[in-house]
Design a protein around this ligand. Structure first.
Ligand code: CA
Length: 273
């Protein structure tokens, strides 16, 4: 699975997802995304945008079950069955995420991927593939796919990946992100707990945003250090512990467990509500 170095962070972020755990699913569902890379105007506090998902799948059973699950999760989902329809649909109504079957009746999924990317280079595409060999995957990535999932897949795992991916879209874009009563605005670099704005140093904000982006999943010390401090970081992680401590003093209130859990020998996890 861990084929592409550039994706290690994301893969880390999904490892903690317990797809079969109903409590975890229920908790994860409480993460709300507001805004996205394509939303120019910030939404009012508490508003929730329905992210658009374009599902491209010619298999009627897989398509129907995915459509049902994605719609039930709250995504504004369109389902098309051919590559031509996928390209046209994306052109008319761009989606935050495209779930794209590799084996389509008319066009090759990779061609569809390329053409969607020609239209919008930042399009987020997740391949659904029955072809499991590495070469196809690499070619798929070169064509602009950001992720793939191999059939047969577990529905809960797929939904967890979709959530993670959309959270990353929102976090990377001009939108903002909510985890429980925490709200983080990437563009203005501001964050709130409920109505109270947090006063933070630059690295504290970066760390909080990084943790919140993958809320509910364990992030290793190495990932946090390299993402927040330096891409080529090696050495002590004391500064990480120092910043987590400072963050905790700002975001935790009263007794009870911290919002950021220490995972001994691993790293940290921002807890879902
Ligand atoms: Ca197919």
């Amino acid at each position: 699975m861990n084929l592409h170095q550039g994706w290690v962070v994301w893969l880390e972020g999904t490892q903690g997802m317990s797809s079969g755990d109903p409590l975890q699913s229920e908790r994860t569902a409480r993460i709300r995304l507001i805004g996205s890379a394509r939303t120019d105007a910030p939404l009012p506090f508490g508003a929730m945008a329905a992210e658009r998902v374009l599902l491209v799948e010619d298999d009627p059973h897989i398509g129907a079950s995915l459509l049902r699950a994605l719609t039930a999760t709250g995504y504004d989902t369109s389902w098309v069955r051919t590559g031509v329809d996928a390209i046209e649909s994306f052109r008319v109504k761009p989606a935050e995420l495209v779930l794209l079957d590799l084996g389509l009746p008319d066009l090759d999924g990779l061609d569809v991927c390329r053409r969607i990317r020609d239209h919008d280079p930042s399009a987020m595409i997740m391949m659904l593939t029955a072809r499991d060999d590495e070469l196809d995957i690499v070619i798929g990535l070169d064509a602009g796919a950001i992720d793939y999932i191999t059939k047969p897949f577990n529905l809960a795992e797929l939904l967890a990946r979709v959530r993670a991916q959309l959270r990353r879209v929102a976090a990377a874009g001009s939108g903002s992100m909510e985890v429980g009563d925490l709200r983080v605005e990437q563009n203005s670099r501001r964050a709130w707990i409920g109505p109270v704005e947090l006063v933070m140093r630059a690295k504290e904000f970066d760390l909080l945003a990084r943790l919140a982006t993958d809320a509910g999943t364990a992030l290793t010390r190495e990932v946090l250090m390299s993402d927040v401090w330096d891409e080529n970081w090696y050495g002590s992680t004391k500064t990480l512990d120092f910043h987590v401590g400072a963050l905790r003093r700002k975001i935790d209130s009263g007794p009870g467990p911290s919002r950021i859990t220490t995972l001994r020998g691993v790293g940290y996890r921002y807890e879902l509500p």
